[in-house]
Design a protein around this ligand. Structure first.
Ligand SMILES: [Zn+2]
Length: 325
């Protein structure tokens, strides 16, 4: 059940033997001739969200998440993991300031870095992660969680779920009054997604099962009765890196920057040291271009990731919002 290497992009994934997706993973509309067939995914004619196709089996997904994806020793070489920890701590600091007192739920908690950052603030926090365990980590789906939560966070996890809209709707129902839903996902409508097409880093087939747009997300949050308080096209991270990886991948031999920066155990393919050096040197050379492109796409509100904070309003305020529409 081997899954093709990522650097082959969507074209390589599209060739795996598995049944095509039959419906939109976001709005659940059955696919027909109106939907747009792309390499490795189908874009829904109704909601504009693309669904990974072929739709991977559980076995294919497990193979795609095999040890190299997130080994115990950390994913990236020293500096990368440090940056990752610092950005999670900054997110926890911010959310701790803006959400009401009470516990926080992190859906797709990974190694628990964000959860631990909340715990350091003295706040109760629980992370959900498949096949993981720990003092604050539970191996369950968000739909199996109940209670009242001050914040529910989907940090680059919604796109990994088979039924993301249902997960979001359940998460919204878990929010206490004034509680906040926090989402970061790749932006499939971004400039970098359009420029790099089938080779865009954040397609990440088949681990990403849906390819969301700001429009689809904002409209779903509105219909769940949440008030969107912040949208950022930079805060979700990985924006500069998306450009760097894409630009380096255009060079002869399609060097894979993402693989080059991972620790040895976390790499998908054995990269020859010279090839790794080539990818890293190329990244340094194209960095000014990547920074300029990032500035352009963020200013155009079409950055490579979408970050959203949406609040469940206290009862009185909710009534006022409804009447003002
Ligand atoms: Zn749809």
């Amino acid at each position: 059940m081997r899954v093709p290497p990522r650097q082959g992009g969507a074209l390589a994934y599209a060739r795996i033997p598995a049944p095509a997706a039959v419906q939109c993973a976001w709005c659940e509309r059955p696919f027909d001739r109106a939907d747009e067939r792309l390499a490795g995914r189908v874009r829904c004619a109704r909601c504009g969200v693309a669904t990974t196709s072929p739709w991977p089996s559980d076995e294919q997904l497990s193979a795609a998440y095999a040890d190299w994806y997130r080994p115990q020793s950390g994913r990236f070489s020293g500096l990368g993991d440090k940056v990752l920890r610092r950005t999670r701590a900054a997110l926890a600091d911010r959310l701790h300031r803006i959400v009401p007192p009470g516990p926080v739920l992190d859906v797709g908690a990974g190694d628990g870095t964000l959860v631990e950052a909340f715990v350091r603030h003295g706040r109760a926090a629980t992370g959900l992660e498949r096949h993981a365990s720990g003092p604050h980590i539970r191996d369950v789906e968000v739909e199996e969680v109940d209670g009242d939560w001050s914040a529910v966070v989907f940090w680059h996890s919604l796109e990994h779920l088979r039924q993301p809209a249902r997960a979001l709707s359940h998460a919204a129902a878990l929010l206490s009054p004034g509680g906040t839903l926090v989402i970061a996902v790749p932006n499939a409508a971004s400039l970098q997604a359009r420029v790099f097409g089938d080779r865009w880093l954040a397609l990440d087939l088949p681990r990403h099962l849906v390819h969301l747009t700001p429009q689809a997300l904002l409209s779903a949050l509105g219909s769940l009765g949440l008030r969107v308080e912040r949208v950022s096209y930079l805060r979700g991270g990985q924006v500069v890196f998306g450009w760097l990886h894409g630009l380096v991948g255009q060079l002869p031999g399609h060097p894979d920057l993402y693989d080059a920066i991972r620790r040895e155990q976390a790499r998908q393919d054995d990269q020859h040291p010279a090839r790794r050096l080539y990818a890293l040197a190329a990244a340094v050379a194209v960095l000014p271009v990547a920074l300029a492109a990032t500035a352009v796409e963020v200013a155009a509100r079409s950055g490579g990731t979408i970050y959203i904070e949406a609040r469940r309003e206290p009862a009185g305020e909710r009534a006022r919002t409804v009447t003002s529409r």
